[in-house]
Design a protein around this ligand. Structure first.
Ligand SMILES: Cc1cc2nc3c(=O)[nH]c(=O)nc-3n(C[C@H](O)[C@H](O)[C@H](O)COP(=O)(O)O)c2cc1C
Length: 318
C-alpha cells in the first residue's frame, strides 16, 4: 500500500510504532521495521543507559526514537546521544518542540511532532515539522481529552494542506486493525501511529499479566486520569492526562488529586509494592480505548501485516 509516508521512509506499510516510553524497546521497534512499518523506540522521560541498550538491541534495523518534549528539556544531551545513532526519525510529543527542531533538522533527521489539537498542529507546522501526528483522546498513554481522532485528523489534514502541503499527517488514537488504518487513510492521513495494539505484542516490554488484563478488557474500561502522575509525582503540564485501564486503585483516587496528594506516602507505597509484584489491581495498565480491539498477544509482524492487508482489502486496493 503506497502513501506519501511509505515513499518518505521507503517502507512497505504506512504504519509507525508509537514511541511508548519504556515499552517500545529496540526489539519491538526492529520487529515493526522488519515487517515493513517503521519502529520508534520509546525514549520517554529519558534514561541514557536504557536508550543505549535499546538502540543496541535494534541492531542494524532502521529505527527512530521518540521523546516527551517537556522532559527532554531537562535532559537535552539525550537528543545528541540519540542523533549520534542516526535515527530514522525523531518524534517529539507533549510540549514546545522549537528548542529542539533546529538541531534535529541540522542533523538531517526527519522531525515528527505529535499534536492534540489544531493549535499544537499549527505550532508544529510553524516549527518546521516534517510530519504531524494528530492524536485523538482515545489514545493510550498521555494525551488530551479535547479532541477525537475522527475529527482531529481531517482538521489537521486540511490545515497542513493549506499551510504546508509537503508536511505529512498521521493519525494516532484508536487505530488497532485494518479498519482503523483504512479509516485514517480515508480521512486524508498519510499513515498511522499505533500504540495500544503493539503494546499487546510479543516483543513489547510489558508484563504478560498486564497484557492479559487488556485482552480481557473492553474500550469502556479505560479512563483518562492524573492518578499515576500524581502518585509518581511526575510534574506533567496540567492539560495532559493518561489513558489507562480502570482498576480498584484507579477508582479509589480518580478525580481526587488533592486526596491522593494528602495520602501520598501510603498510596505511593501501595503503588510501588503492586508494581514490584505485578499486581494490576494497583499497578498501571496503560492502554487506550483500542483495548477492546485487542483479543490476543501476537508477534508485532503479524499485527502490522494483517492491519495493512485488511486495510488494503477494505480500500479495494488488494
Ligand atoms: C503505554 C503507552 C506509552 C506511551 N508513551 C508515549 C511516549 O512516551 N511518548 C509519546 O509520544 N507517546 C506515547 N504514547 C502515545 C502514543 O504515541 C500514541 O499517541 C498512542 O498510543 C496512539 O493511540 P493508541 O494507543 O490507541 O494506538 C504512549 C502510549 C501508550 C499506550
Amino acid at each position: 500500500m503506497n502513501t506519501r509516508l511509505t515513499e518518505y521512509f521507503g517502507i512497505e506499510h504506512p504504519v509507525l510504532l508509537a514511541p511508548m516510553a519504556m515499552v517500545s524497546g529496540g526489539r519491538l521497534a526492529a520487529a515493526v521495521t522488519a515487517a515493513g512499518g517503521l519502529g520508534l523506540i520509546g525514549g520517554g522521560y529519558g534514561d541514557a543507559d536504557w536508550l543505549r541498550r535499546e538502540f543496541d538491541q535494534a541492531g542494524t534495523a532502521k529505527v527512530g526514537c521518540g521523546f516527551i518534549t517537556w522532559s527532554l528539556a531537562n535532559n537535552p544531551e539525550l537528543l545528541d546521544q540519540t542523533l549520534e545513532r542516526t535515527p530514522a526519525a525523531i518524534m517529539l510529543s507533549f510540549g514546545d518542540i522549537r528548542p529542539f527542531a533546529e538541531r534535529i533538522r541540522a542533523a538531517g533527521v526527519p522531525l515528527i511532532a505529535q499534536a492534540q489539537n489544531l493549535d499544537h498542529a499549527r505550532q508544529a507546522l510553524d516549527a518546521g515539522a516534517d510530519i504531524v501526528v494528530a492524536q485523538g483522546g482515545e489514545a493510550g498513554g498521555h494525551g488530551m481529552t479535547v479532541r477525537s481522532t475522527f475529527t482531529l485528523v481531517p482538521d489537521v489534514v486540511d490545515l497542513a494542506a493549506a499551510r504546508s502541503p509537503e508536511t505529512l499527517v498521521l493519525a494516532a488514537g484508536g487505530v488497532a486493525d485494518g479498519r482503523g488504518l483504512a479509516a485514517a487513510l480515508a480521512l486524508g492521513a498519510d499513515g498511522v501511529v499505533v500504540g495500544t495494539r503493539l503494546w499487546a505484542s510479543a516483543e513489547a516490554l510489558v508484563s504478560p499479566r498486564a497484557q492479559q488484563r487488556a485482552v480481557q478488557a473492553c474500550g469502556d474500561d479505560t479512563v483518562r486520569t492524573r492518578v499515576y502522575d500524581v502518585v509518581r509525582q511526575i510534574d506533567w503540564p496540567a492539560d495532559y492526562t493518561v489513558r489507562a485501564l480502570r482498576s480498584p486503585f484507579l477508582d479509589t483516587w480518580h478525580d481526587n488529586d488533592d486526596g491522593l496528594s494528602a495520602a501520598l506516602p501510603e498510596a505511593l507505597a501501595t503503588f510501588q509494592k503492586a508494581v514490584a509484584a505485578e499486581d494490576f489491581d494497583a499497578a498501571p495498565v496503560i492502554v487506550g480505548e483500542a483495548a477492546g480491539l485487542v483479543r490476543d498477544v501476537r508477534p508485532a509482524a503479524d499485527i502490522v501485516r494483517d492491519m495493512a492487508r485488511d486495510a488494503a482489502r477494505i480500500l479495494g486496493r488488494a
